[in-house]
Design a protein around this ligand. Structure first.
Ligand code: GDP
Length: 297
C-alpha cells in the first residue's frame, strides 16, 4: 500500500502531540524534526521538505495556535493543510477543448504506464464526459506497443488509429487528426514513444508531435514507484515540452510516496490523475486533500 511507511511515522508523531493541552516551542521543534525525517525517508525531494517544514513551523509557532485550547489539533490541521497545498490544493481538471477534437498527448518513459493510462483516460472521458475518443498508436519503436494499444482499444471498445511501424510518428499524427475530424471523433489521445532515459531524438520527435497536434493536454505519465527519479523525469519533460498535467501510476503499489509529494512543487504542474490498478477502470481523479488525509490517517 502506498504511503504506508510515511503514514505510520507521521501518524505516530501526530498522536503524540494530538492530546497535548499545552504545546511548547520545543514540542513543535521535536515534532517537525520527526516529520522532516519521515518525509526524507519517503524519498521526498530535500528542497521540498525544507520548504514544507519552514511553512508548517511558521504557522504552528504563531501565537493563535500556541494559545488556543487545542494546540495539538491545530498543529495537525496545519500539517494537513500544508500537505494538501504541497500536492496542489484543489483537483485540477483535465483540459477539454471547446472546439473538438480535444487532443491529449501522452508522454513519459518506457514502462511508466502511458499505453495503459491512454486507455484508462479514453474510458474515463467516455463514461464521465460522454466523449467519443480515438487512440493513436504513435510509438513505432517498441515492437509490442501498437499491438498493446489495439488490445486496450478492443477491451474498452474505443477505435485505435494505427499505420504500423514503418510510418513516421509525425505522419501518423497528421493523418490521425484528419481521420478524427472526418469521423467526428471529439477526443484524440496520442500514445507516444518512451525510452528508458530521456534522449534528444525522442524529445525532438515529441516536440514535432506537439507542433502538429497542438494538444490541449500534454499528460506526463510517471511511475510513482521510481521515487526521486520520477521527479527528475518530470522536471526534464516539463522543461522540454511544457507539460500541462501529470498522471502518477502504480499508487496501488508500495511506493513510499515521495514522488506524489514532490512533483507538484518541483514542476508547478498539477497531478490530475492517479493510477490505482492495471485494469482499465483503475484511474482515479487525484484529490490532494484526500491524499493528505490518507497519509495522515
Ligand atoms: P508504457 O511503456 O509507458 O506504455 O507502459 P505500459 O502502459 O505498458 O505499462 C507498464 C506496466 O505497468 C504494465 O504492466 C501495466 O499493466 C502496468 N501499470 C500501468 N499503470 C499501472 C497502475 O496504475 N497500477 C499498476 N499496478 N500497474 C500499472
Amino acid at each position: 500500500m502506498a504511503f504506508e511507511g510515511l503514514g505510520e511515522r507521521l501518524q505516530a508523531t501526530m498522536d503524540r502531540i494530538k492530546s497535548k493541552g499545552k504545546v511548547s516551542e520545543t514540542d513543535i521543534k521535536v515534532m517537525m524534526r520527526e516529520v522532516r525525517l519521515a518525509l526524507l525517508e519517503a524519498d521526498v525531494n530535500f528542497k521540498v521538505v525544507k520548504q514544507f517544514i519552514n511553512q508548517v513551523k511558521e504557522r504552528a509557532l504563531g501565537s493563535d495556535v500556541m494559545q488556543s485550547l487545542t494546540p495539538g489539533q491545530q498543529v495537525i490541521k496545519i500539517v494537513k493543510e500544508e500537505l494538501t497545498e504541497l500536492m496542489g490544493g484543489d483537483n485540477q481538471k483535465i483540459n477539454l477543448s471547446q472546439k473538438p477534437p480535444t487532443v491529449i498527448m501522452m508522454v513519459g518513459l518506457q514502462g511508466a504506464g502511458k499505453t495503459t493510462t491512454a486507455g484508462k483516460l479514453a474510458l474515463h472521458l467516455r463514461k464521465n464526459f460522454n466523449k467519443k475518443p480515438m487512440l493513436v498508436a504513435g510509438d513505432i519503436y517498441r515492437p509490442a506497443a501498437i499491438d498493446q494499444l489495439e488490445t486496450v482499444g478492443k477491451q474498452i471498445d474505443v477505435p485505435v488509429f494505427a499505420l504500423g511501424d514503418q510510418v513516421k510518428p509525425q505522419q501518423i499524427v497528421t493523418e490521425a487528426m484528419a481521420h478524427a475530424k472526418a469521423e467526428h471523433l471529439d477526443t484524440v489521445i496520442i500514445d507516444t514513444a518512451g525510452r528508458l532515459h530521456i534522449d534528444e531524438a525522442l524529445m525532438d520527435e515529441l516536440k514535432d508531435i506537439k507542433e502538429i497536434a497542438s494538444p490541449d493536454e500534454i499528460m506526463l505519465v510517471v511511475d510513482s514507484m521510481t521515487g526521486q527519479d520520477a521527479v527528475n523525469v518530470a522536471e526534464s519533460f516539463n522543461d522540454l515540452l511544457d507539460i500541462t498535467g501529470v498522471t502518477l501510476t502504480k499508487l496501488d503499489g508500495d511506493t513510499r510516496g515521495g514522488a506524489a509529494l514532490s512533483i507538484r512543487s518541483v514542476t508547478e504542474k498539477p497531478i490530475k490523475f492517479a493510477g490505482m490498478s492495471e485494469k482499465m477502470d483503475g484511474l482515479e481523479t487525484f484529490h490532494p486533500d484526500r491524499m493528505a488525509q490518507r497519509i495522515l490517517g
